[in-house]
Design a protein around this ligand. Sequence first.
Ligand SMILES: *Cc1c(COP(=O)(O)O)cnc(C)c1O
Length: 435
Amino acid sequence: MQFRSTRGTQPVGLDEALSRGIAQDGGLFLPTDLPQFTTADFAGSDTAQAIADILLAPFFATSTLRDDLSAIVQETLHFPLPLVELNLKRQNAWLMELFHGPTAAFKDVGAAFLAACLSRLQQQRSEMTTILVATSGDTGGAVAAAFDGRPNVRVVVLFPAGRVSARQAKQLTCWGDNVLSLQVDGSFDDCQALVKAAFVDSELASAFRFSSANSINIGRLLPQSTYYAYASLLHWRARGEKPNFIVPTGNLGNALACVLARDMGLPIGEIVLATNANRLISDYLGGTEWLPRASIATLATAMDVGNPSNMERLRSLHGEGQTLGGVVTATSVADAEIEAEIKLDFAELGMPICPHTATGMHALRQLPEDWRDKDWIVVATAHPAKFESIVEPLIGETVAVPNSLATILSRESRYQTIEPTLDALADALKNWPVG
Ligand SMILES: *Cc1c(COP(=O)(O)O)cnc(C)c1O
């Protein structure tokens, strides 16, 4: 299996696509051919791991990691992925909870898979690589948790002082010796600018062999297709119908994984994207031009994306503009609707949900009349306890903290504060005892 760039240069193998993250021409990697499956190919497989082994095998066929695939899958899908039936009056709907991993958000799946792959590739090469991540919240925690304690990889997390919640800060700073947490006296944009400057500084880049773990790496996308395969197969077997999915979306990574699963032949019907007030995707599907915008700050912060990079992959696979309307549809959900939805779901179902998941639940209630009789699975992307300062005042109760999150919250924080300059970052790196 080869991986091509969305911009057309020579395809590369999986190992190179994983290590590079982004293609040399600046495009994003996609498989040259998608393997095709039928439900019969998964007969007898009823765990997420067993289904993932089958789904991912073709992608690993010529990789040096081929014999490690099962172990990589075990290290990735090590937590439950429950489908919880919702007792709604008018609709058959389920919630797919993707928040039972170490940092209580779906990004744990992609980050764990990428870490399991990269650490092995670096061990084969007897090389050390340093992952640089700038984060405004969820990504940095998932990446740090995934790489924590793994051989031949180190992680530097840069986060903006005073702009992440207390619980998010803990998830960025509680790790072992191979994770360096740097609180930057500046904004998220300053953190991102520092990462870019470090990558192009030839002295630093060669001393530390920088690499990135951001969400455009194909190693984060592929494993996300496995939970769509798992959920759709279980649903198909139980009800003899294809489930339809509603996916809260910012950068389109999670949603694209759902599209890929359907493209590979999994029994998936409609795919609805739920965005927050950053409505570029729904405007584009409605016929406007693709003109990236500055992002708007909303309650669903992890979806505050003005220029969703995975649209380049979706267009490369399925065409432009309104053609895409036959592939996915999109709904934009305003902050006031997110708040009302969190209240309503707690009142009606006794269920606290996070602001991102609320965009999906709102989209469920807004479905066109002729789609209401279908079976719908709404993707829950984070645990509400991660966003307690938004959720708790709306529902008037505290949200119980899940065990994985409680473990992290009980740990000690370790971090340094640096000025937003390349010199300050270089000093912190040079003084970091090799973990
Ligand atoms: C990252 C994130 C999203 C958006 O996912 P994309 O793959 O960027 O579309 C949604 N919800 C939560 C909780 C997230 O952390």
